[in-house]
Ligand binder design. Structure first.
Ligand SMILES: O=C(NC1CCCCC1)N[C@H]1[C@H](O)[C@@H](N2CCCCC2)[C@@H]2OC[C@H]1O2
Length: 330
């Protein structure tokens, strides 16, 4: 079996992408952020206090003839940006792009942090990390991908995220029409539940490629690209007026500055991120100061290959044994 669904940017700077997901019987459609950096599937629900719901669609288990309370189970998650949510759990039928799982753990939010309340076009998250990261207790639950695995034609899902445009997520097959050339695969370690792999190096603009192993996680749920300070300072050295602002919490520069491209390596392959992806956003609607799509990972303890990098490629998340990740041009 296979599935294919849209990945729709939720605002004009691609802060996140949402995908239509149906839950329950009759189907209730929610727009979820498919997040390879976490492994909980949680939704705004009829159990979420109305003061914390602002325009989101909600899942109402009472209106689903196939919903079952997972008695005595709770969950609580905190993300790297400080946002979080917690609640209870139901099992229900869930489908993405025609691919159905009969008994998916759907984590119903009883509390969400303000950054979720403020994102009215995001109705929850579908974690696509390894199920070891799932926070449901006393027994942890499987991701949609892990539940769907037995019925998939191929044990893969792919991400084709796009700059200021709608892309797609496919499950169970690698669509030859979505990429050119060959897919460059590299090893993944499941530690501690992320899609962790290495880059083979990087280049700033037309500069020489620096061969150096950079370990990190490919995370569709993170907006920007976070790399070591040495790499990031080398990049912004090429940007007129760039500075690492304590006030804005990262590298900013005059919006009129011309930015170099950024190239990363996957084994022998090279992927170039256009300068436009790294000229991420104005720090406020009328400002002439812009915030960079490439930032330092020094405070994080891990490098994060977020959407700014992933949207420069067609990415294959392969759940084979051992797992691997593949990047292709598009
Ligand atoms: O916290 C991270 N990443 C960290 C960013 C800072 C550096 C460390 C990693 N990702 C989250 C993201 O921010 C959330 N957000 C919701 C509102 C729309 C934008 C997305 C969404 O919920 C969980 C996940 O996706």
């Amino acid at each position: 079996d296979t599935g294919s669904a849209a990945a729709i940017p939720i605002n004009e700077v691609d802060i996140a992408y949402v995908t239509p997901v149906t839950v329950g019987t009759p189907p209730q459609t929610l727009m979820l952020d498919l997040d390879t950096g976490s492994s909980d599937l949680w939704v705004f629900s009829s159990l979420t206090p109305s003061s914390q719901v602002r325009g989101q669609d909600i899942y109402t288990p009472a209106n689903s003839s196939t919903s079952k309370l997972l008695n005595g189970h709770t969950w609580s998650i905190r993300y790297g940006d400080g946002s979080g949510s917690r609640g209870t759990v139901y099992l229900d039928t869930l489908a993405v792009g025609g691919l159905e799982v009969k008994s998916q753990a759907v984590q119903t939010a009883q509390e969400v942090s303000s950054s979720f309340t403020q994102e009215q076009s995001l109705d929850g998250l579908m974690g696509l990390g390894f199920s070891t990261l799932n926070t449901v207790r006393p027994s942890s639950q499987l991701t949609f991908f892990d539940n769907a695995r037995p019925s998939l034609d191929e044990e893969v899902f792919t991400a084709d995220l796009k700059y200021h445009a709608t892309g797609s997520y496919d499950f169970g097959f690698v669509d030859r029409a979505k990429y050119t050339g060959n897919i460059s695969y590299t090893a993944v370690t499941e530690s501690p539940g992320y899609w962790t792999h290495s880059l083979s190096g990087y280049a700033v603009g037309s500069g020489a490629f620096q061969t150096t192993r950079l370990s990190g996680i490919s995370d569709t749920g993170t907006t920007l690209l976070y790399l070591p300070t040495a790499v990031v300072t080398a990049y912004y050295r090429q940007v007129q007026g760039a500075q690492n602002s304590q006030y804005y919490g990262g590298y900013v520069f005059p919006c009129s500055s011309s930015l170099p491209t950024f190239t990363f390596g996957i084994e022998e392959a090279r992927f170039t991120i256009p300068a436009s992806y790294i000229n991420y956003t104005r720090i406020s609607p009328t400002s002439t100061t812009c915030y960079g799509g490439l930032q330092s990972s020094s405070g994080l303890g891990i490098n994060i290959f977020g959407d700014v990098a992933l949207k420069a490629a067609f990415v294959v998340f392969s759940g084979t044994n051992p797992p691997r990740i593949g990047f292709a041009h598009k």
